[in-house]
Design a protein around this ligand. Structure first.
Ligand code: F0G
Length: 352
């Protein structure tokens, strides 16, 4: 049967109003990629999968939640949507709004959004506004705008975003037959970790699929949930999770506690190393998306986690193509040769 997106596949399990009018780009159904070599490199003895959410239509997991949030907004007659974003939500909101014929307004922190995300938001026709402030400042402003005007808020404060993002947990259980033992993922505004925990609990109550321990991973320079207080000037190379005051922070802490998991912080170097390991195994993700693997490696190295014969799923939330600069900035300029076979042979065979 043709695949028609997450509302079509899992709509009956989502808590959404009857006025919802499906707007889809056939999001979801992302690959769960076995990573046996990376598991060995991390010490071995366990099974590792990457759920590659970068394979969604706009290149991030946000599409799962956005299809539901926009479908609900359209169904109740909304004509415009707004969000604050570190980039991926902006691109996703812009795409689904375009699909639905709505106006999209996206507010981003100046100079802190990766090129592929900004380009996406522009390409899909959103009105993009930069503010001289952080994501947290932008979020507080869009919340006020949505309260004053008939403009639907599509950040993950919108409950329908979480309903949609739950479907990734359903997909994992459907594919593996049960929940994994551990689920590791990056944490920014904390909507996604909240959604996964909702999804796993719902599936367990319906299908006895079991529950994972959740390892949420923040960047050390933007780790309010680890520090226990907001961070006023968050900073990290993983700009997607450069957030100092997560809107769903309480729920994230509950998910970690109830699942007998935890939320930890990793350094930018650990994140970039994990990005390289993933790419060396064929999966190129943006820096924030490597945080889950970075956190897993961190815990293994500190012997704080026992994965013997366990099954682990790492959520890679966004595609590497979103943030090409991070690679290009460090990359040696590729050699340029004349059109000369001898010179090419010499170079390939290491004689030049
Ligand atoms: N990974 C990526 C690639 C993200 O873009 C985000 C969040 C996260 C992880 C964290 O997810 O916020 O649900 O905890 N990006 C948001 C945005 C903030 O505006 O695109 P979260």
């Amino acid at each position: 049967m043709a695949y028609n997106g997450v509302l079509s596949r899992y709509g009956s399990l989502l808590n959404i109003p009857s006025h919802t009018k499906p707007i889809t780009l056939l999001e979801g159904n992302t690959p769960l990629i076995p990573m046996p070599r990376l598991a060995e490199e991390l010490g071995g003895g366990f099974e590792l999968f990457v759920k590659f959410e970068g394979m969604n239509p706009t290149g991030s997991f946000k599409d799962r939640g956005m299809t539901v949030a926009i479908s609900e907004a359209v169904g109740r007659g909304a004509k415009a949507v707004i969000c604050a974003s570190t980039g991926n939500t902006a691109a996703s909101a812009a795409a689904y709004a375009a699909r639905a014929g709505l106006r999209a307004i996206v507010i981003i922190p100046q100079g802190k959004v990766a090129a592929g995300k900004l380009a996406g938001a522009v390409a899909y026709g959103a009105q993009v506004i930069q503010i001289e402030g952080s994501f947290d400042d932008a979020l507080s402003m869009v919340v006020q705008i949505s309260q004053r005007h008939p403009i639907a808020l599509v950040n993950s404060l919108n409950p329908y975003r979480l309903e949609g993002q739950k479907t990734a947990a359903f997909e994992i259980c459907d594919e593996l037959g049960t929940a994994p033992d551990w689920l590791c993922l990056p944490v920014g505004n904390a909507g996604n970790i909240t959604s996964y925990w909702m999804g796993f609990r719902q599936y367990d109550s319906l299908k006895q699929s079991g529950l994972p321990h959740i390892l949420g991973v923040q960047a050390a320079g933007a780790a309010p949930l680890v520090l226990g207080h907001p961070v006023s000037n968050p900073e990290t190379v993983a700009t997607a999770i450069r957030i100092g005051k997560p809107a769903r922070g309480e729920e994230a802490l509950q998910a970690a506690e109830q699942s007998q998991g935890r939320i930890i912080a990793v350094t930018d170097d650990e994140i970039l190393n994990a990005q390289r390991w993933l790419a060396a195994n064929g999966v190129w993700v943006e820096p924030a998306s490597a945080a889950g693997i970075a956190g897993l490696a961190h815990e293994l190295r500190a012997r704080k986690i026992d994965l013997k014969r366990k099954r682990v799923v790492a959520i890679c939330t966004g595609h590497g193509l979103k943030d090409p600069e991070i690679i290009v900035r460090r990359m040696p300029i590729p050699k340029v040769l004349p059109v000369n076979l001898t010179a090419l042979e010499a170079l390939i065979l290491g004689e030049a």
